[in-house]
Design a protein around this ligand. Structure first.
Ligand SMILES: Cc1ncc(COP(=O)(O)O)c(C=O)c1O
Length: 470
């Protein structure tokens, strides 16, 4: 009597079946597998299984190993920013500090939900709002307030209906939608991005199949803006290129052009017939003022330029996980704006159909209600103020502790959530490996993840890494 068993070889192999026959006279390929009636020929017929038979005395084995269809998929590297948080979570040292991701923390280093957000959510519950699909372009009340917040309600571009606004999946999704528009309607056109820039910009344009190149931005000698390099690279680019600009609080450097420099940038872009493409991820978070932080975008609009602007509410309303933002395209006529909007909707529909409602209602409630709006501004000033305080304390600690005479004042000239320390890759690695300070390898630290109490420790780590690691 032949008996047969099926043994699973564990999860490492997606399908590995072992047929064991105790009677060597029974050819393995004739063995039936229990009540399911599976035979080796069935396994063969399944296609990508390889069948191996071997005899061990009285025991014959047949192994069918299914090779994964995904064998050619290689392991992706961890995300350079989000991967830092994963490594931080795995570290058990008490002194550890996560300065990788740009997310606001309280002085106690806890995540913060704004009071105005809680109030807006309570309002939504009281009203018992439904969860029906939004239109492809998003919530009308959100689209109205978001464009007004960006340009100012009385801006001619709004009054004349020249802005195509579509709700996006936060800043990233809005940039991606704009990239899809560029790919479809400006094939072959290049996007110029600053060197360095937020790490995801390159991924976004790569995936959208939009060619890009870099313009000089950061000068390591001064840890400041390489303005001449920036201007000459923008001038040298093919006419009609898109120029990606960080509206305020440049990520990762924290270095913004001055108002006079912005004017010059607008002039050169106009001369070259380029199209400015603003990424506004920190409105209100850089200076504490929503209007001041939108001044670069408003200047370009006032010059009569057509432009694109991606917005995000991740940082200024702390709505990181709600994925709420917008893409705005300012056109020279309302007619063109209507057509652009129709095409943005057409691009969005097969990608994600329509955007989520929760964050859109929060923003519409906060920005659209004068009392909540004022409260928001106060809370934002508080958040921006806390970051300014740690920036100052970090500078003071570095200046007091570092006896080498190095000038650390560049830290005070930077703005927003981040500071670009000027530490190189090896020095940044020392910060993590020796001091348990988690940060991106380009030397960027998020001051939003720093408390006053930890400034001295961080200063010690920076001084050690800067002077003792080449
Ligand atoms: C420059 C810049 N653009 C866009 C984003 C997008 O963020 P989100 O997709 O969360 O809105 C970020 C976030 O860090 C950023 O720094």
């Amino acid at each position: 009597m032949a008996s047969s068993t099926i043994l699973s070889l564990g999860s490492a192999s997606p399908l590995a079946l072992l047929a064991v026959s105790e009677n060597s006279k029974v050819p393995p390929q004739k063995v039936k597998f229990g009540s399911s009636g599976l035979t080796n020929s069935f396994l063969k017929a399944k296609g990508n299984s390889s069948l191996k038979s071997q005899s061990f005395g009285r025991i014959s084995m047949t192994v069918a190993v299914n090779v994964s269809r995904f064998e050619g998929v290689t392991m992706a590297p961890p995300d350079p920013i989000l991967g830092v948080s994963e490594a931080f979570r795995a570290d058990t040292n008490d002194a550890k500090l996560n300065l990788g991701v740009g997310a606001y923390r309280t002085e106690e280093l806890q995540p913060y939900v704004l009071n105005v957000v809680k109030k807006a959510e309570n309002l939504m519950l009281e009203r018992g709002e439904n969860k029906e699909y939004l239109p492809i372009e998003g919530l009308a009340a959100f689209n109205k307030v978001t464009a007004e917040l960006l340009f100012g309600a009385d801006n001619p571009v709004i009054r004349e209906g020249r802005v195509a606004t579509v709700q996006g999946l936060s800043g990233t999704g809005s940039l991606r939608l704009a990239a899809a528009l560029i790919e479809r309607y400006f094939p072959g056109s290049k996007v110029l991005i600053s060197s360095p820039t937020w790490g995801n910009h390159k991924n976004i344009f790569n995936d959208a199949k939009v060619p890009w190149s870099e313009y000089r931005y950061y000068d390591p000698k001064t840890v400041g803006l390489d303005f001449d390099g920036m201007i000459s690279d923008i001038k040298a680019a093919p006419a009609g290129s898109f120029v990606l600009l960080h509206g305020c609080a440049h990520n990762p450097t924290g270095i913004d052009p001055t108002p006079e420099q912005w004017e010059k940038i607008a002039d050169v872009i106009q001369e070259k017939n380029h199209i400015p493409f603003f990424d506004v991820a920190y409105q209100g978070f850089a200076s504490g003022s929503l209007d001041a932080d939108a001044s670069s975008v408003r200047l370009f609009a006032a010059c009569g330029l057509e432009l694109l602007v991606a917005q995000s509410y991740s940082k200024n309303l702390g709505l990181y996980a709600e994925r709420i933002g917008a893409i705005n395209v300012v056109c020279s006529s309302s007619d063109a704006a209507a057509r652009v909007k129709s095409q943005l909707k057409r691009l969005a529909r097969p990608m994600y159909s329509n955007p989520p409602v929760h964050g859109a209602r929060i923003v519409a409630n906060v920005v659209g209600d004068p009392a909540l709006f004022n409260e928001w501004r106060e809370e934002m000033e508080l958040m921006a103020g806390r970051i300014k305080n740690v920036r100052q304390k970090l500078f003071d600690s570095l200046s007091a502790k570092d006896k080498s005479g190095k000038d650390w004042s560049f830290i005070l000239k930077q703005i927003g959530m981040f500071s670009f320390t000027g530490l190189n890759k090896a020095q940044s690695e020392n910060m993590t490996n020796k001091w348990h300070v988690y940060m991106t390898k380009d030397g960027r630290i998020s001051l939003a993840g720093l408390s006053l109490a930890k400034c001295e420790y961080l200063a010690d780590a920076i001084i050690d890494s800067y002077h003792n690691v080449s």
